[in-house]
Design a protein around this ligand. Structure first.
Ligand code: GDP
Length: 431
């Protein structure tokens, strides 16, 4: 049985915590898209960790963690991250890196940085981790699969072919030095040896696990808004952030996905650049205060350290985000963060050219949307660490009821703190 844990919004919804929590009863955890460009924060008995590419099941010795074929594998970062957590006292994890996954190459990172530099003020605010050039090359069929590392003649040919294109771009568009195939080849062969113990047939492993009735978690990165097809294109990422893509990126059959847990936060946050539409944004002092109080250490990117933009909960974006994920249940995180507010506005509509809608629009309309806010009373108390939903203040429960009614998907888990055990379970009020 497969469960997907995915984001309803712009990422940073707290998926890492939910995955870490559900991993206990699971056998396999798979990352199926993205790369080392975002991060999950996990706090457990070993300490506080920002994972960038490793799956969140990595802290449990009984779990097999898989880097699926859909992931952009920055092999050096992957092995460094693995060695880093082991150095912090975590037992050496079980990890399979799919031999079908492709390598994020040094020239992808360079191209990403050069392109941002070329675009100047029109830049997308890329994390410069090479993700966009990586996926462009994958679909242009010039990418290099991990299995190619073990066939040196083929690797050499593919590298030469890739560099023939990259070097024209580097020298003539970006006016930067060309790369040398033999130097890259040496780097790749050294990396191959570090990666070798983990490379394997993830597709066969996953299908065997399903035959044996194992529980598999798919762990998404970012959220619905960042999907290149159904999100806020082009301010999206370059791989699909939807549970549906898990079937491709983790190689699980669509019929095996029984549960899609969509994670959303009690307020909004967005690590994207200022040019990105973010309708319910809170600016000024009120925004600074929420940013400082958000998450477990304030709302700052786990990978980039960038201050995240913050906003009120947006039911228009979240309803759409849950819909396109096919959410079977919703986990609401960070309710504890809201305890300082006298009243809490919620964005329940978008005003576009004088008309109010609750249907999430395409980007040109989204850029003109203004928030329509409904204000609810706060609960003015500290609920951090609460584990019994019914014991939450009435106004806190009313806030959750209101969000559920507006997003139209069942909120079954309400998180009261960053730690694994800080969680409450709720009976949905939806028919
Ligand atoms: P992810 O990428 O979706 O896993 O999200 P991140 O880990 O980047 O961001 C979520 C932040 O919120 C992290 O700092 C978590 O430790 C923290 N967090 C998760 N759930 C809760 C919660 O219920 N309350 C609080 N205060 N922090 C939480």
């Amino acid at each position: 049985m497969v469960k997907a844990i995915v984001g309803a919004n712009w990422g940073d919804e707290g998926k890492g915590k939910i995955t870490d929590m559900l991993a206990e009863q699971s056998d396999v955890v798979i990352r199926f898209q993205g790369g080392a460009n975002a991060g999950h924060t996990i706090i457990n008995g070993y300490g506080r960790f920002a994972l960038h590419i490793l799956p969140s099941g990595i802290f449990y010795p009984h779990i097999t963690n898989i880097i699926g074929n859909g992931v952009a594998v920055d092999a050096a970062k992957l092995v460094d991250e693995l060695e880093g957590i082991v150095a912090q006292g975590v037992p050496a994890p079980r990890l399979i890196v799919s031999e079908r996954a492709q390598l994020l190459m040094p020239y992808h990172t360079l191209q990403d940085a050069y392109e941002e530099e070329r675009l100047g003020g029109r830049a997308f605010g890329s994390t410069k981790s090479g993700i966009a050039p990586f996926y462009s090359d994958k679909y242009a069929k010039t990418g290099i699969q991990i299995c190619d590392l073990f066939h040196e003649d083929r690797l050499g040919e593919r590298l030469t072919a890739a560099l023939a294109i990259k070097n024209v771009l580097f020298e003539h568009l970006y006016h930067k030095p060309a790369l040398k195939a033999d130097e890259l080849m040496d780097q790749l062969l050294a990396l191959r040896e570090r990666l070798r113990p983990y490379v394997g047939d993830a597709v066969g492993f996953v299908h065997q696990a399903l035959k044996e009735d194992k529980t598999i978690l798919l762990e998404g990165q970012l959220g619905s808004m960042k999907d290149p097809d159904l999100g806020i294109f082009p301010m999206t990422t370059s791989s699909h952030t939807l549970a549906g893509f898990g079937c491709v990126g983790a190689a699980v059959p669509p019929t095996s996905v029984k549960d899609v847990i969509c994670v959303t936060k009690a307020y909004s946050s967005n690590v994207g650049s200022q040019t990105e539409p973010f309708v319910s944004e809170i600016t000024g002092q009120a925004g600074d205060e929420l940013r400082r109080r958000g998450g477990d250490k304030g709302e700052f990117g786990a990978t980039t350290g960038r201050p995240r933009r913050v906003g009120w909960f947006d039911t228009v974006a979240t309803k759409y985000g849950c819909m396109v994920q096919g959410a079977t249940q919703v986990a609401l995180t960070c309710l504890d963060v809201m305890g300082y507010l006298d009243e809490i506005p919620v964005c329940t509509g978008y005003e576009i050219d004088g008309k109010v809608t609750d249907v999430f629009p395409t980007t040109p309309d989204l850029l003109r949307a203004k928030p329509v806010l409904t204000t609810l009373p706060g609960w003015k108390s500290d609920i951090r660490g609460c584990t019994d939903y019914q014991s939450l203040p009435e106004n806190a429960r009313a806030y959750v009821d209101f969000l559920e009614e507006h997003i139209g998907h069942p909120i079954t888990m309400v998180s009261s703190g960053p730690r694994r055990e800080e969680m409450t379970y709720r009976a949905t009020k939806l028919a």
